[in-house]
Ligand binder design. Structure first.
Ligand code: PMP
Ligand code: GLN
Length: 383
């Protein structure tokens, strides 16, 4: 958690957002939408505050939210969960990730994640003194090599983290990959932490939770978040679901991380989870169109892109520019052309930086006119 000079590091998101603010650049770095979630959902949170939802919520989450999470999983994935014992509400997906990893890791246990990986996995694996092994997703397809996957998971592996749809690549894993992960988890007696925060953000493909596949549920903690599905990232309401024994362990750790989370937001998120299918479909379709505006704009500006299957991120290849690598481009871009993006190298092990050196991640959860404006600026990037 220290930067190379030994100072406490800040996350790449904080660093790039800071540069974007300093230079008044369009921030396509940190993934947060510039449009808020539904007004009627906001009103529920406001009313809840007025009506006294201002003291600690139950540690596992309010009953109405736990029931709504269960109903949502049944509606979309035909999974049947017990709201009492198989659901825990967390302070964002981030806390559910932290509690899950801390609950199961002993020092020197191995954790396998795909690389590039969301930054909090590496930090939490480090805090648990565990060992972080990676299976690379290589451009342009960002699909894992099955032999690499089979080699990475061994009897030392305690946890396999599966982020699907995948931040930062925008890939959606094939069902055959998910099936292989389940089989490896059984073979080597490990658990799966499935970070599915982008479950509703897929383009023309239906999300398949790893827990819904044969043999998956019994070994999987599935994590999601209201931040992504409903554009309320600041509310930090997330949850973990899975079999009783696994969720009990997550809850046990969670009670000493935050104990409980935002009581006024929970009834609002419960109502959001009950929104009709059309809401989720419209949201994903709109995002897909925003992604396409960015992708075609970047291509027209001479920047090759890899189109995402899900999430609100896409990866562009800036290798031809006059700077040494994408990390340097990302740090100069806010000042030079007024747009911010995240270097992919921020999501990889130091020894693998060169494999991702030319790649930048752009967030497209922004209004169409903002994306169009960003594209105009990006035309100014030197080739
Ligand atoms: N996992 C992934 C893959 C994410 O992209 C994010 C947010 N960007 C999170 C977890 C954290 O979600 P939350 O904001 O709900 O803590
Ligand atoms: N999850 C967001 C992203 O990937 C950022 C969250 C954060 O700032 N930690 O951009």
């Amino acid at each position: 958690l220290l930067d190379p000079t030994g100072r406490p590091g800040v996350t790449i998101f904080e660093e790039i957002t800071g540069l974007a603010n300093d230079h008044r650049a369009i921030n396509l770095g940190q993934g947060f939408p510039d449009s808020e979630g539904p007004e009627e959902i906001k009103k529920i949170a406001i009313d809840a505050i007025q009506n006294g939802a201002n003291q600690y919520a139950p540690g596992s989450g309010t009953p109405s939210l736990r029931e709504a999470i269960v109903a949502h999983q049944e509606r979309f994935y035909s999974l049947n969960l017990d709201p009492e014992s198989e659901v825990v509400v967390s302070t964002g997906a981030t806390e559910a990730i932290a509690a899950s990893l801390l609950a199961f890791l002993e020092p020197d246990d191995e954790v396998v994640t795909f690389e590039p990986y969301y930054d909090s996995y590496a930090a939490m694996i480090g805090l648990a003194n565990a060992v972080h092994k990676v299976v690379q997703l290589k451009a342009p397809k960002f699909e894992p090599d099955m032999d690499d996957l089979r080699r990475a998971v061994t009897d030392k592996t305690r946890v396999i983290v599966v982020n699907n749809p995948h931040n930062p690549t925008g890939t959606v894993l094939d069902i055959s990959v998910l099936q292989e992960i389940i089989s490896l988890a059984h073979q080597h007696n490990c658990i799966i932490i499935a970070d599915e925060v982008y479950e509703h953000l897929t383009f023309g493909i239906r999300h398949v939770p790893i827990a819904s596949l044969p043999g998956g549920f019994e070994r999987t903690i599935t994590i999601s978040s209201a931040g992504k599905s409903f554009s309320f990232t600041g509310w930090k309401v997330g949850w973990a679901t899975g079999p009783r024994e696994l969720i009990t362990a997550v809850r046990t750790v969670k009670q000493f991380l935050t104990y409980s989370s935002g009581p006024a937001f929970q009834p609002a998120v419960a109502q959001a989870l009950n929104l009709p299918d059309a809401f989720f479909e419209r949201f994903a379709a709109g995002l897909g169109q925003q992604g396409e505006i960015l992708a075609s704009g970047l291509e027209q500006a001479g920047i090759p892109v890899i189109r995402p299957k899900g999430t609100y991120f896409l990866v562009a290849d800036v290798r031809s520019f006059d700077l040494n690598d994408a990390a340097e481009v990302a740090r100069k871009m806010p000042e030079r052309v007024g747009v911010a993006a995240i270097p992919m190298s921020a999501f990889v092990h130091p020894e693998n930086q060169q494999d991702y050196q030319g790649l930048l991640r752009f967030a497209f959860c922004k209004k169409r006119e903002v994306i169009a404006d960003a594209v105009e600026h990006l035309r100014l990037l030197p080739k």
